[in-house]
Design a protein around this ligand. Structure first.
Ligand SMILES: *Cc1c(COP(=O)(O)O)cnc(C)c1O
Length: 354
């Protein structure tokens, strides 16, 4: 028997979630965000499943080229744009689109051969203060881009810091709209949270990421309530059982101590598989489809599951770490992180099945 851990990627869940995005933003084109290897689900697998999307957004230029060479004809946007002059040449050659977020990237356009080759997305910093030009500088950047011979089309974009929070998007949206008002060009603002909650942000292109993978962007609304299906299910099995006596401790650091006799299952999944080491006692886990909890410290290759209420469970029992039957958001919340990080953290040693 091979080590029993595996991640199952549900392609029809990806397709379903894309339809949910379309229904929520029927007038916009959909730029499926597939950075970080499709949020850990596998880049080409995800691109295939989401091939009905109007575009793909990612970071790595080699990945973008690979998609082009695999025959994807959609817009392919580089979210951090070019890193050097050679990138610009490849962008033009493969008809990629690139974000322009800083003045140094505009300078790279000077060396770009050819006329009207490049579609650029000018990033406006509407308050997140990560990438982009503040409105006062964006007007000048816009003029510089319009004078560049290599530029074919310009899209205005921004990214919200609080679309999933109570703070919302009103301030940044007003800032962006004030800046964009004089320009009759395409716009892109919305991530998953804005797409689902703020139709006024839809513009010409929406940029959903997390929702396509079947996780909710909101703390207080579940993926199921949004009609989303989990695309990744991480499963393993119990490979050993320990019968504890009152006072026995488990794991590194003895973070759990049994108050009475109980059974714990040893699960073949640890932080080297991508399970969060910081998941505390009580993080939810399914054993044979029943909700129970982790106990003790997660180690590199194993973790502990509480079997005290599951007398039938034992060696060979199926364990779901997240996915179908156990929302990844619930595991993330217990571990003090977000579903995004758990998905991306899945490591190369975990076999993936579809
Ligand atoms: C990652 C990213 C998105 C997608 O965000 P989600 O919250 O996953 O929907 C959209 N736009 C930009 C610029 C991003 O970096």
């Amino acid at each position: 028997m091979p080590r029993p851990i595996q991640a199952r990627i549900n392609l029809s869940a990806l397709e379903n979630n894309l339809r949910v995005a379309r229904r929520a933003a029927p007038s916009a084109r959909i730029m499926a965000v597939i950075k970080a290897g499709g949020y850990g689900h596998g880049l080409s697998r995800v691109a295939e499943a989401l091939s009905a999307a109007d575009g793909f957004a990612l970071l790595d230029i080699q990945d973008a080229v690979r998609l082009r060479e695999a025959g994807f004809r959609q817009t392919i946007l580089l979210l951090e744009g070019a890193f050097n002059a050679e990138d610009m040449t490849i962008i033009a050659q493969y008809d990629l689109a690139c974000v322009i977020h800083s003045a140094w990237q505009i300078a790279l356009l000077d060396g770009c051969p050819g006329r009207e080759k490049l579609d650029v997305w000018l990033k406006v910093n509407s308050g997140m203060n990560r990438l982009g030009f503040v409105p006062q500088q964006a007007a000048q950047a816009m003029e510089q881009l319009r004078r560049q011979r290599a530029v074919r089309g310009i899209t205005l974009m921004t990214h919200f810091a609080n679309a999933d929070e109570a703070r919302g998007i009103a301030g940044p949206l007003a800032l962006f709209n004030d800046f964009a008002a004089p320009y009759r060009i395409t716009r892109s603002l919305a991530n998953s949270a804005a797409l689902l909650r703020y139709p006024e942000t839809h513009g010409d292109w929406v940029r959903p990421g997390i929702m396509l993978y079947g996780a909710s962007p909101f703390a207080e609304v579940s993926a199921q309530q949004l009609g989303l299906q989990p695309a990744m299910t991480l499963r393993s099995r119990i490979i050993a059982v320990q019968e504890l006596h009152a006072g026995d401790e488990i794991g590194y650091g003895a973070l759990f101590r049994a108050e009475h006799a109980m059974r714990v299952g040893i699960v073949a999944c640890g932080y080297a598989d991508g399970y969060p080491r910081h998941a505390p006692n009580g993080t939810p886990v399914l054993v044979d489809g029943q909700v129970t909890q982790t106990l003790g410290r997660v180690s590199m290759d194993m973790l502990y599951a509480d079997l005290s209420k599951l007398p039938q469970a034992g060696v060979g029992s199926t364990v779901t770490l997240w996915g179908e039957g156990l929302p990844i958001e619930d595991v993330a919340r217990a571990a003090g992180t977000v579903s995004y990080e758990l998905m991306c953290a899945l490591t190369a040693r975990v076999p993936v099945v579809v």
